[in-house]
Write a protein that binds this ligand. Structure first.
Ligand SMILES: [Zn+2]
Length: 231
């Protein structure tokens, strides 16, 4: 079973979700939840932000599709509707956030995956979609979505109570720095299979998700060995 902090390939990601995922935002991919793919373009600033000690992710919506004649999509407002008047994925997530806010019903659950390098993805866990708004960035309007890590719905399949380390998001720049420092290998055995982002000092003992010094890459075997020896 996949855990937040696990490093996976795009093939594994598609197998996990049982679909060929291409788009970043996938509203109601499954009846029980939606899926978001985060990706940091090389050289681009990090627009998706991690807040509140790793519990909150502010995710930026999607630009107009790059079609002929549209010009620079980074200079255009992000769309709520398609040309034919249907809600875009921005629009669907926006509407769901506001419906849940107004009605007090359950928030939309969103599984978040993040591409850190070509072919290398990290599962960030299950989040609740809490809010959505339009923000003026430069001269255009972009969508912002507030996602909070879901604790009780953390494991959609097995209803396990997660350990605290899996309820804190590791920001993209930290993930990248750790990947580079550890050379994309387990720090104990140099294996590059089934890697996981591990908290050196667990969150419950005061460790943080926000510093590369407290995060290391471990393979599945060494990750298991470590969690067995802590309790
Ligand atoms: Zn190892």
């Amino acid at each position: 079973m996949i855990k937040s902090g696990d490093v996976i390939s795009h093939t594994q990601l598609c197998a996990e979700e049982d679909s060929m995922l291409q788009r970043g935002m996938n509203f109601h991919l499954k009846s029980a939840y939606s899926v978001i793919l985060m990706s940091v373009r090389p050289g681009a600033p990090y627009v998706d932000q991690v807040q509140e000690d790793g519990k909150v992710l502010i995710y930026e919506g999607h630009d107009l599709p790059k079609t002929r004649g549209v010009g620079d999509v980074k200079k255009k407002d992000q769309p709520m509707f398609t040309k034919t008047g249907k809600l875009t994925e921005n629009g669907k997530f926006f509407e769901a956030a506001h419906k849940a806010k107004k009605s007090g019903n359950h928030a939309e659950l969103v599984k978040v995956y993040e591409k850190i390098k070509s072919g290398i993805w990290v599962y960030n866990g299950v989040f609740k979609l809490m809010d959505a708004w339009l923000e003026k960035v430069g001269r255009r309007e972009v969508f912002k979505f507030r996602l909070e890590i879901a604790q009780e719905e953390f494991d959609l399949e097995n209803h396990e109570v997660p350990d605290l380390d899996h309820t804190r998001l590791i920001p993209s720049p930290v993930k990248l720095a750790v990947w580079k420092r550890d050379g994309g290998k387990c720090t104990k055995c140099q294996s590059s299979d089934n890697l996981h982002y591990d908290h050196v000092l667990p969150f419950a003992k005061g460790g943080t998700s926000l510093l590369a010094e407290n995060i290391q890459l471990l393979c599945a075997r060494h990750n298991l060995q470590k969690s067995d020896s802590i309790e």
